[in-house]
Design a binder for this molecule. Structure first.
Ligand SMILES: Nc1ncnc2c1ncn2[C@@H]1O[C@H](COP(=O)(O)OP(=O)(O)OP(=O)(O)O)[C@@H](O)[C@H]1O
Length: 307
């Protein structure tokens, strides 16, 4: 891995006795789209708020662009929170100037960037519109523009597609990928696993403040390909089937059982030691034995079920 743009080391966060992040460590390389996934309450927002210095961690270190993260360095971060916040009485232009200047931009630079994005989205005539007159989708687009206006090195997007129709969601997805191609690092937080699978190069799955899975999408899938199997056994012995189902080396779920055939999915718990084919041959005549290529969704669900 190249030098990470952000390195999170042993980050720990509690609220009273509740552990929101349990000494987690993550490294994210420049220009990647990194998925942060987990169910409600997993700890994603806590991590994002610490990265934005909105709240403090109890302990741990964050190194951003080679140095310890400071409030000043947050100017190089763009954050699209899940609860969007625009000032309803301002025009789009006023809003862009306000947020741009907060991030240290000159007025001229903020205007130049605003024009660039409005033209890119083909909405140049929106500039003087007030936020309160915008539809939800339009306001989301403006919020996206304001988040990227100052050309941040790190872009943190919390559920960026919520509120968008599929066409606009595609448009934003395209822009996110394009920014990453040009060197912006993106942290993409969502509990919608399919959009993470589509957008990200790497990810981490957080559950109750712990990291259950971490790495590139291809390495995660490769690891699980070796573990999932679809099997059909004919002329099976009921007692041998029962003992296979009770074997703790495997997790087995029966898909179909009819006449003298039984079909099931098997996951190897003990990848190194279990000899699946040999164990299946004791059950009966193996007529199908194939590796199942799991979707990321399958992997996440199984991982959380086993946690
Ligand atoms: N201010 C707070 N006070 C007490 N507990 C909190 C506070 N904020 C978060 N928590 C708890 O910390 C845990 C992690 O919450 P967090 O909001 O970081 O999760 P999340 O992954 O962002 O969830 P969601 O997808 O629902 O936004 C949860 O159990 C939550 O109830």
């Amino acid at each position: 891995m190249q030098t990470p743009i952000i390195s999170i080391q042993k980050l720990h966060k509690t609220y009273g006795t509740k552990i929101a992040l349990n000494h987690i460590s993550i490294e994210i390389s420049k220009g990647s789209v990194y998925g942060l996934i987990g169910q409600n309450g997993a700890g994603k927002t806590s991590l994002i708020r610490i990265l934005n210095q909105i709240i403090d961690a109890n302990s741990g270190t964050i190194i951003f662009k080679g140095e310890k993260l400071t409030p000043e360095a947050v100017k190089h971060i763009g954050y699209l929170p899940e609860e969007r916040g625009l000032y309803k009485n301002m025009t789009i232009e006023e809003q862009a100037l306000y947020f741009g200047q907060l991030k240290g931009m000159t007025k001229a630079n903020a205007l130049e960037q605003l024009n660039y994005w409005l033209n890119r989205f083909d909405i140049a005539d929106w500039k003087k519109k007030k936020i309160q007159g915008l539809s939800k989708g339009m306001a989301q687009k403006v919020q996206f523009i304001i988040t990227v206006l100052h050309q941040p090195d790190l872009l943190i997007l919390d559920e960026p597609f919520s509120g968008f129709d599929p066409i606009n969601a595609n448009l934003i997805a395209h822009e996110i990928k394009n920014l990453a191609k040009n060197g912006t690092t993106v942290i993409f937080s969502s509990h919608r696993m399919e959009s993470v699978a589509e957008m990200c190069d790497a990810l981490c799955l957080i559950h109750h403040g712990n990291i259950l899975l971490e790495g590139s999408i291809s390495s995660i899938q490769k690891k699980y390909i070796q573990e999932f199997f679809e099997v059909t056994v004919k002329d099976y012995q009921e007692n041998e089937l029962t003992s296979f189902l009770n074997n703790t080396d495997y997790q087995t779920s029966i898909v179909n059982k009819e006449n003298d055939e039984v079909s099931f999915q098997v996951i190897k718990n003990q990848k190194e030691t279990a000899n699946l084919l040999q164990d299946l041959l004791k059950v009966g005549t193996v007529i199908t034995y194939k590796q199942h290529i799991p979707s990321l969704q399958d992997i996440f669900i199984k991982t959380i079920e086993n946690a």
